[in-house]
Design a protein around this ligand. Structure first.
Ligand SMILES: Nc1nc2c(ncn2[C@@H]2O[C@H](COP(=O)(O)OP(=O)(O)O)[C@@H](O)[C@H]2O)c(=O)[nH]1
Ligand SMILES: [Mg+2]
Length: 236
């Protein structure tokens, strides 16, 4: 069994090598066979060439660059299509998503189709308190008013069996920014697949800046969540 870890990057030159080293150490120790697919959207800080020069001789580290139409979700989909493993992990490049959780996400797939890291169940959390509580309230609304399946619907840190993922409507799911995760969850819920939530404590971004504009994203995610709930788009 090989695990494929898909990481989108934009201006993550100062995080990515340390992250790859950390993932490699953890997975080698757990005797898990893996590849790391990095999809960079032609970052001005040269993230792509930085990775390339560090990992010329390690075939497990597979960086790609997209030169047109910068888009987080499409970069992830591009990475998914390059994977060779039977389990796919989605995660961020900046250490918000602790690599130490990866073995637990993988082993959780023994009794589920989709394992998602959650900040909002017992044992979970986030270093940034304001963002934590705003996201928590939003997620309570998604779960208890709009009927979303779990308590962290915007996680972006997950493991899924590749054959399960391949049966979903990927071009529809992976569009835009972090809202792809809402569509991914709704599609999984609609297919009646088994979801397991694993508590996660988000760390601080190590270097660089977040690309998320929180107020803008709040309204965009809200609109998409309503559409997914009340239109027939959720049949996809
Ligand atoms: N390929 C690609 N990756 C992106 C883009 N925007 C953000 N990312 C990556 O997506 C992940 C999450 O972005 P981040 O700025 O940390 O968002 P936050 O965690 O919501 O603050 C990081 O790995 C970023 O480098 C993009 O346009 N293209
Ligand atoms: Mg981040």
């Amino acid at each position: 069994m090989t695990v494929s870890i898909v990481i989108p990057t934009y201006n993550e030159r100062n995080n990515i090598v340390a992250l790859i080293q950390s993932i490699t150490k953890i997975l080698d120790k757990s005797l898990i066979k893996f590849e790391i697919i990095i999809v960079d959207d032609n970052s001005p800080d040269n993230t792509y060439s930085h990775i390339k020069s560090h990992y010329l001789h390690d075939s497990r580290i597979r960086p790609f660059v997209r030169n047109k139409n910068r888009c987080l979700a499409k970069a992830i989909l591009f990475g998914i299509m390059k994977t060779k493993g039977s389990i796919i992990i989605g995660m961020d490049a900046d250490f918000n998503h602790p690599p130490s959780l990866i073995p637990k996400l993988i082993s959780s797939l023994h009794h589920a189709d989709f394992a998602v890291a959650s900040r909002f169940i017992k044992g979970g959390g986030m270093k940034e308190p304001i963002r934590y509580y705003l996201t928590y309230i939003f997620n309570l609304f998604l779960k208890y008013i709009l009927g979303f399946p779990i308590l962290d619907n915007l996680s972006g840190f997950y493991a899924i069996k590749k054959p399960v993922l391949m049966k979903l409507h990927l071009e529809y799911i992976y569009q835009g920014y972090g809202e792809y995760h809402l569509r991914l969850l709704k599609s999984i819920q609609n297919q009646g697949l088994r979801i397991v939530q694993i508590p996660v404590k988000y760390g601080y971004r190590k270097y660089g800046q977040s690309k998320s504009h929180l107020i803008f994203l709040f309204f965009r995610y809200l609109q998409i969540a309503f559409q997914l709930t009340f239109s027939n788009q959720n049949n996809k």
